[in-house]
Design a protein around this ligand. Structure first.
Ligand SMILES: C[S@@+](CC[C@H](N)C(=O)[O-])C[C@H]1O[C@@H](n2cnc3c(N)ncnc32)[C@H](O)[C@@H]1O
Length: 390
């Protein structure tokens, strides 16, 4: 939808009544239109300025906080947090207490389920959210940007490079790596390539600062190690009653984080599919029993063809797609008539909700939904879910 920048001096006073799936505050204009606002929390009362709008909704910014929500923190621990052009923007929810962030994530999931026509309690269980053991200091990997002179993150607000000396959500080891990388500035070989604004520096707990190479992307890794262990345990517990002779198809397997769990449980036939060759190489190096790997762009049109040929006998589907979810799911379902149980791990509520509705229309019942907080201080939520053919 096209949004127009508002020319009039349109200010209004309102109370934040909700949060959107993207984690923005929701406020109602006195004349009825809904506005989305960054950097606010339900219960805040403020003066807002309209930034852009369509016929039905718009975006606004907080001009003045009149009354702070009782759920706001008294002090925000990070100097780079905020929504100004020179804030990093990576932790938009750090303004609220850890407990209220958890409540908000649960509430957003319940609203999403309702929107998609699911009613918790009737035929499926929704567990209380699993909080991260650490609300700060949990991130085992990150990507910095550098122009060779400065090093930091790209501001969500201004799309400019914001220099950071420290980052509180990084694990202690990664904070040390950040300090060591900064000590190497300026570096001519970190200057951006032609046509690029910055170079990327991927860091990881398995990597020393001296091993970091500009623009060398590392394969995906779940960003919070202790919460990843809980996700793996959830999958282990969920799969364990299944017959080990049921063939398993795993989509978006990455370097084999969940494939390892499936193989170690003793499933005899596992097809593991992923789009990034380097991740698959990592998986192959694990030499997991029963696992056949396949490199495939699963979001490309027609990707179902090769899989329908080799894995049409699969009875169990495990999938952990990127943020966009798996929009092709509805085209895949007719090719896999034996799918009985689907374990869907998701990092994005919008795509998951759409795919959950697709599964229901195809005759699958939602049996379990377990929310898990992998990224405190952000609106991101992991959803661990189990669907079963009726
Ligand atoms: C959320 S990660 C999950 C990876 C793995 N399950 C794990 O726990 O580490 C999503 C994976 O999908 C892969 N991916 C992204 N786009 C893809 C595509 N178009 N086709 C196939 N795989 C893709 C990424 O490389 C990444 O490994």
């Amino acid at each position: 939808m096209k949004l127009k920048r508002d020319q009039s001096s349109s200010q209004f006073i309102a109370q934040v009544r909700d949060l959107s799936l993207q984690g923005l505050g929701v406020v109602d204009h006195p004349e009825g239109r809904v506005y989305f606002v960054p950097g606010v929390w339900p219960g805040d009362e403020g003066e807002f300025v309209i930034e852009s709008q369509s016929k039905t909704y718009g975006f606004a910014r907080l001009q003045k906080l009149i009354k702070a929500s009782a759920e706001r923190r008294s002090q925000i621990p990070c100097p780079y947090q905020g929504h100004s052009p020179d804030s990093c923007g990576g932790c938009p929810w750090m303004l609220a207490t850890d407990m209220s962030q958890l409540r908000a994530k649960e509430q957003l999931l319940r609203s999403q389920l309702k929107r998609q026509g699911f009613s918790p309690g009737e035929d499926f269980e929704i567990g209380p959210i699993w909080p991260s053991p650490q609300a700060l200091g949990y991130r085992n990997r990150a990507q910095f940007k550098t122009d060779g002179q400065k090093l930091g993150f790209v501001s969500a607000q201004s799309q400019e490079l914001v220099e950071v000396e420290d980052c509180l959500v990084l694990s202690p080891q990664n904070r040390q790596t950040l300090r060591e990388l900064r000590a190497q500035l300026p570096r001519a070989d970190w200057r951006p390539q032609p046509g690029r604004r910055w170079s990327s520096l991927d860091i990881d707990e398995d990597l020393k600062a001296s091993e970091v190479v500009a623009n060398r992307r590392r394969p995906f890794r779940q960003g919070n190690s202790s919460q990843n262990q809980r996700m793996r345990q959830w999958l282990r517990d969920s799969l364990s009653p299944q017959s080990r002779s049921a063939p398993v198809l795993e989509l978006f397997c990455g370097s084999g984080n969940f494939t390892q769990v499936i193989s170690e449980l003793g499933f005899q036939t596992v097809w593991a599919v992923e789009g990034r060759g380097q991740a698959l190489e990592n998986l192959k190096a694990l030499r997991l029993a029963g696992v056949q790997t396949m490199e495939l762009d699963l979001l490309a049109k027609g990707s179902v063809g090769p899989m329908a040929q080799s894995a049409s006998s699969s009875q169990i589907l495990v999938l952990d797609p990127p943020r966009e979810g798996f929009p092709a799911l509805k085209h895949w379902l007719p090719h896999f008539p034996h799918w009985q149980d689907i374990y869907y791990i998701s990092c994005e509520m919008g795509g998951w909700g759409r795919d959950a509705a697709t599964l229901r229309e195809a005759g699958f019942a939602l049996r379990q939904v377990q929310p898990l907080d992998q990224f405190p201080q952000t609106p991101y939520l992991e959803i661990l879910s189990h669907f079963q053919k009726i």
